[in-house]
Design a protein around this ligand. Structure first.
Ligand code: ATP
Length: 195
């Protein structure tokens, strides 16, 4: 069975990952499934509500989420289904914020042998903070809190900067890259990080 192509976008909140993903799904010649870390967390919360809705309230689920009581297993499940979808031949676009070295390490271990293009989505902090204020649906300070961590250990196959280029330009550059190159970054990171 052929493995699917994974376009793995890593960047802070408000960097433009969702916007690039939507554009990519319009312009790529094959079908891609969009897998977002935000949706993964929301999906587990919905599952808990479905399973325990009579015994547990939405507010209690939010407390579990905000105090990060089950965060790492949920994120790990997300990483595993990226790998599983790829292994069964699905093309996926991943929208992720790798704020923890162990999350990156797990992605490398699971995906280094798949067709995963690891893409850095950059944006200067001042512009991230402007977008955060403008959109109003993310806590103020979220991008700043993630900023130092997200790209810390990474070496990418390709990088874009959404303050230098429009979303359409970024998506087209990513498309051009993936149809003319083979991914290598996760293999190199595996060696560099001794995994
Ligand atoms: N190049 C750009 N120029 C101006 N605004 C942009 C640009 N890219 C994204 N934005 C705006 O920034 C906001 C966040 O974009 P988007 O949702 O794509 O980011 P994200 O990285 O997916 O964020 P999150 O991880 O918080 O979901 C949106 O309001 C979007 O319109």
């Amino acid at each position: 069975m052929n493995t699917g192509t994974v376009i793995f976008l890593n960047g802070t909140s408000s960097a433009g990952k969702t916007s690039i993903s939507n554009e990519l799904m319009q312009i790529l010649n094959e079908d891609f499934i969009y897998l977002s870390v935000d949706n993964a967390i929301a999906g587990v919360n919905d599952m808990l509500m479905n399973m325990f809705g009579k015994q547990i309230t939405r507010d209690e689920i939010r407390t579990i989420e905000h105090e990060e009581m089950i965060e790492n297993p949920v994120i790990s499940l997300f990483h595993h289904y990226i790998m599983a979808f790829s292994r069964i031949g699905k093309n996926v676009i991943v929208d992720h914020v790798l704020i923890d070295r162990s999350w990156l390490e797990e992605c490398i271990k699971l995906l280094h042998n798949t067709q995963t293009f690891y893409i850095g989505v950059h944006c200067p902090l001042e512009e991230l903070e402007r977008r955060e204020r403008e959109r109003g649906d993310r806590p103020i300070g979220l991008a700043k809190a993630q900023f130092e961590m997200v790209h810390k250990h990474s070496k990418y196959d390709f990088e874009v900067n959404t303050s230098d280029n429009s979303i359409t330009e970024c998506a087209n550059m990513i498309k051009d890259f993936i149809i003319t190159n083979q991914p290598n970054a996760l293999k190199e990171l595996k060696v560099k990080m001794n995994l």
